[in-house]
Write a protein that binds this ligand. Sequence first.
Ligand code: NAG
Ligand code: NAG
Ligand code: NAG
Ligand code: NAG
Length: 568
Amino acid sequence: MITGFKSLTALALFAGAANAIWPQPVSYEHGSTVVWISDDISMKFSGPANNSQKATDKVNHAWSRTKTTLLSDNFVPWKFHKRGDNFEPADTNGPKLKNIIITQTTSETSAPAEYGTDESYNLTIPDAGDSAYITAPTSFGVLHALNTLTQLFYASNKHKNHGVYSPLAPVRVLDKPKFQHRGLNLDVARQWYPKEDILRTIDALAWNKMNRLHLHVTDSQSWPLEIPALPDLAPCGAYAEGLTYTPEDLAEMLDFAEKRGVQVIIEIDMPGHTSAIAEAYPELIAGWNIQPNWDRYAAQPPSGSLKLNNEAVRKFLTTLFGDLLPRLRDHTNYFHTGGDEVNKNVYLFDEGIKSNATDVLTPALQKFIEHVHGEVRKGKMSPVVWEEMLIDWKLTLPKDVIVQTWISDASTKTAVEKGHRVIAGNYNFWYLDCGNGQWLDFGPNVYKQFYPFNDYCSPKKNWRLIYSFDPVAGLTPEQAALVLGGEVHAWSEQIDGVSLDSVVWPRASAAGEVLWSGRTDAQGVNRTFADASPRLAEFRERLVLRGVGASPIMQLWCHQNEGDCALN
Ligand SMILES: *[C@@H]1O[C@H](CO)[C@@H](O)[C@H](O)[C@H]1NC(C)=O
Ligand SMILES: *[C@@H]1O[C@H](CO)[C@@H](O)[C@H](O)[C@H]1NC(C)=O
Ligand SMILES: *[C@@H]1O[C@H](CO)[C@@H](O)[C@H](O)[C@H]1NC(C)=O
Ligand SMILES: *[C@@H]1O[C@H](CO)[C@@H](O)[C@H](O)[C@H]1NC(C)=O
């Protein structure tokens, strides 16, 4: 406890308010003095002389967004006070915040952020002064601090023309993330997502202090990503003309994300999940759209897999990576080559294989991956793969390959035991698409055996279940050090832009807090729902205010009567 700061429990004045910072900082101390924000609040930034222009621009851009959020997108927290409570400041006297003094203490290059980037920050709002202070080693930390700053302020109903206030001064926040990879995997291939949906999702990720958007951008059902060197690929592979991401769209997403401290990692899943390629290049795909017994040849229709032992496929991949990777290279060091759910029987149709035997397929798959990863490394990036490549197929993968696990915690353990860095996200906890029921139609002969049509990962993973998942549970500290973090997953069989926000938010926020703050607190004790739910509820209000259609987590009565909706 820093002298002069009241503890959270001593704060009777603001009781009933959620008083929320989401995700929970490492250390947060505050008082109960009201500070107003001046309408002409300004920011002064100083960084090292040799700081990159990119980092400086990022901070300036972040400040202009922060100012808008603070002054225009703020809310009156009536939902968090008992009916009839007179919780607003009595008058508009008192200190006015006029400056945000930001110091970045180490210089950054313009290279994409590596794992290990210091995202810590120190935010101080004195109770009397007219300036708040942010110190951070990097622009990433500065952005997180500005984000936290926005969560300390509220709009006033009573004093409409006097801006916004924080009833919490003085404030001291010291903070840093537990995990380096805090992401969402968004499947933009099974449904078409307009660019705006993706940009809005990036904003929401950043407000959660999440820093990775994994775009699963192609699949068997559609190929929306334009590759100018393969001019027929997207026009034929997309669901319809115009439902594609142009190179300009991609560049805009990458830049938009980078300005918000979010790195976009593109996945081109292969060799399975590729049959959309057949729309333009049928000669590259084995077993395309076998009907009606597609389920022998693929996890989903249409069946089809890139041929494994095939010169034309190798040439196609070299062209693909030669076009795409240079466009990503300034923004990320990582490229996801997929590798999940490779079907064996489909290779009975591959003229270079003609077998479904593991001992025939494995060496061919090994060669295929070596070619693919060779191209990725030639593009000066590190490959990411789904766990099946390492664990089911037991391929030989160099240690630079990051393994993304989804099937079990045991897979995470196996992958780190083999020395790989891991992105975790067990589907029993972190799949946001579960519980909608089956998307398949069932014929009259089989429908009875599928009643009541639950999907394979039913039930829906509610935010509490998501919050209870610890990506490093059961690992030694040495093993845990290889877990970069995790991702929640939004597979899009039954999600599109219409429902995206309410499916993803605020449930992804629960994972966001686990990844930023840890499942357990500094004492190693599990974080509680009683602590999390009012903060998550308030954070959800801020998401809604900023244009994200996040779902509510409790009825209002529970917010207004904090603590009275617990079952003990
Ligand atoms: C910036 O300058 C400092 C001090 O001279 C030096 O230690 C650091 O390596 C430089 N950083 C970059 C990115 O050039
Ligand atoms: C945080 O910033 C404040 C104000 O600039 C400073 O007094 C304090 O020493 C800093 N704390 C740490 C741990 O860096
Ligand atoms: C492999 O293919 C053969 C020949 O079509 C088939 O009889 C067998 O069931 C297949 N094996 C598996 C594991 O599906
Ligand atoms: C902490 O939570 C985990 C699940 O996330 C659970 O397995 C464990 O029993 C909890 N520990 C305690 C002490 O409640």
